[in-house]
Design a protein around this ligand. Structure first.
Ligand code: CIR
Length: 255
């Protein structure tokens, strides 16, 4: 059964990192309600979800994706690029340690899981301001025994590689046009392009043939349905107010 590790929105979410702060800080209460909507949607699709308590110490703790990269064989605990987020990994390490052997990502290198996109037997790794170029070699060494190939991908000034790409169902990558070089996609993987004015919608989570997407991006939903997928739209604007999107709210792994 598919498992998801999630973590509640911190009561200190108002102090979450925001790249372009708006007039009002992120709203912890609304974000918590939207987070609960994601938990319910995943459970409704049969995913076994474990939700860790949020911590007032770690305003960004609901973005668990950044804390680990999990394969069938191991859980690699990251060292997040933002210093204010480093303490988030302890609770994630403890939870994943119960289900996988844990490997630590060695300092001084940094890596955010939001930069790591698994497509088939490849890991595409964004070289962002949060993830060092050397992270590519470290991931290659960690995942070599599973024959997982690792490739670095420039992401310009985007926060993470997965801001504009995801791989919600087997054999499919969703991205904005030109975001991931075709040559990096394994043979047989299709790409569904979202329109540039819906770029943030490219980050989505899939379970079977159903995809959870952010509400408010009608053309993306239309294209997904035309591709034969079931689409569940979720309100996520309060999560997006702290630069979060769907994949960052969970760590998905096979049980
Ligand atoms: C941050 O800036 O680190 C958080 N406010 C947002 C992290 C989003 N993570 C993700 O997309 N993987």
């Amino acid at each position: 059964m598919l498992q998801a590790l999630m973590r509640e929105v911190s009561p200190a979410f108002g102090r979450a990192l925001v790249r372009r702060p708006g007039a009002v800080p992120p709203d912890a209460e609304r974000a918590a309600a939207q987070h609960a909507g994601v938990v319910a949607a995943l459970r409704g699709l049969g995913v076994e979800v474990r939700v860790l308590p949020g911590s007032p110490l770690w305003p960004d703790c609901c973005f668990v994706e950044d804390a680990a990269v999990v394969s069938d064989r191991l859980a690699l605990i990251t060292r997040p690029g933002a210093e204010s987020r480093r303490g988030e990994v302890a609770a994630v390490r403890e939870a994943l340690g119960a289900v996988r052997p844990v490997v630590e990502f060695a300092a001084p290198l940094c890596l955010d899981g939001g930069d790591v996109l698994r497509v088939g037997d490849r890991l595409l790794v964004g070289r962002s301001q949060r993830s060092d170029p050397g992270a590519v070699d470290a991931l290659r060494a960690a995942f070599l025994p599973e024959d997982i190939e690792v490739f670095g991908v420039p992401v310009g000034d985007a926060l993470h590689l997965k801001c504009y790409a995801s791989a919600p169902v087997s054999g499919l990558v969703v991205s904005v046009a030109g975001w991931l070089p075709d040559a990096l996609l394994p043979a047989g993987v299709e790409r569904l392009v979202v329109p540039d004015d819906e770029a943030c919608a490219a980050n989505m989570v899939g379970v079977g043939e159903t995809v959870l997407v952010a509400a408010g991006y009608p053309e993306t939903s239309r294209r997904l349905r035309a591709h034969g997928l079931e689409v569940v739209e979720l309100e996520l604007d309060a999560i997006a107010a702290a630069d979060g999107s769907l994949t960052c709210l969970s760590i998905l792994y096979a049980g």
